[in-house]
Design a binder for this molecule. Structure first.
Ligand SMILES: [Zn+2]
Length: 211
């Protein structure tokens, strides 16, 4: 895909995040790794998704230096930390969704109580220790709690998801909020029953096979 096409894809996906209620205004941020190049496209800082134009999308190298577009998101470090540690990751999305953020606020991770938790996220979604937005420490904490999985909650803040490309990262982000809603409801109904150990193992193999 051409750079211009990838920029358009990022803009469209940003609008989807707003439509789905995963972010509001210019909050949150999303990025993708340009295939075959040491470049990352990332949403710029403080531009509402509805008015973001493809030519404003920030193009940075893996050191975070701006090459094209507007000032990159304040969370660029967190995105680059994921690309640096996970060569198979092609896109990263950071959102502020209601239910996942509520779990992040009380410090509750999401255990394997539905199949998606294992098949799509790779297992229990952990809560990264608190650090100020945009800090090097937040990038480190998020990466540590993410591990080899596709989703992590950020204490008192929101969520971070990744995937092999932008569509996959979007699917993970949407599912994380849906699963968070189910988890909050099951807690209110007396607490979920967890998946049997054997099922978790089987789904974990599926997660690894899907990449
Ligand atoms: Zn944020």
């Amino acid at each position: 895909m051409e750079l211009e096409e990838l920029k358009r894809k990022l803009v469209e996906t940003g609008r989807r995040l707003v439509e789905r209620g995963l972010v509001a205004g210019s909050a949150g941020n999303l990025s993708l790794r340009v295939p075959g190049k040491e470049l990352v496209l990332i949403s710029p800082s403080r531009v509402p998704y509805e008015s973001l134009r493809p030519e404003e999308v920030s193009v940075v190298n893996l050191r975070g230096e701006l090459l094209e577009g507007r000032t990159p998101s304040v969370e660029t470090r967190m995105h680059l930390a994921v690309y640096g540690a996970r060569p198979e990751v092609g896109a990263v999305i950071h959102t502020h969704p209601v239910c996942a953020s509520a779990l992040a606020a009380v410090g509750l991770g999401i255990p394997p109580f539905l199949e998606e938790v294992v098949v799509l996220f790779g297992g229990e979604v952990e809560v990264a220790e608190y650090a100020p937005p945009g800090s090097e420490e937040l990038a480190r904490n998020a990466l540590r709690a993410l591990g080899r999985k596709n989703a992590v909650l950020l204490s008192n803040h929101g969520a971070l998801c990744c995937g092999r490309d932008l569509d996959h990262a979007l699917e993970v982000s949407e599912t994380l909020e849906r699963v968070s809603r189910s988890y909050v409801l099951s807690l209110l109904l007396g607490g979920p029953r967890y998946l049997p150990e054997e099922a978790v193992k089987l789904q974990r193999r599926l997660f690894e096979a899907l990449g």
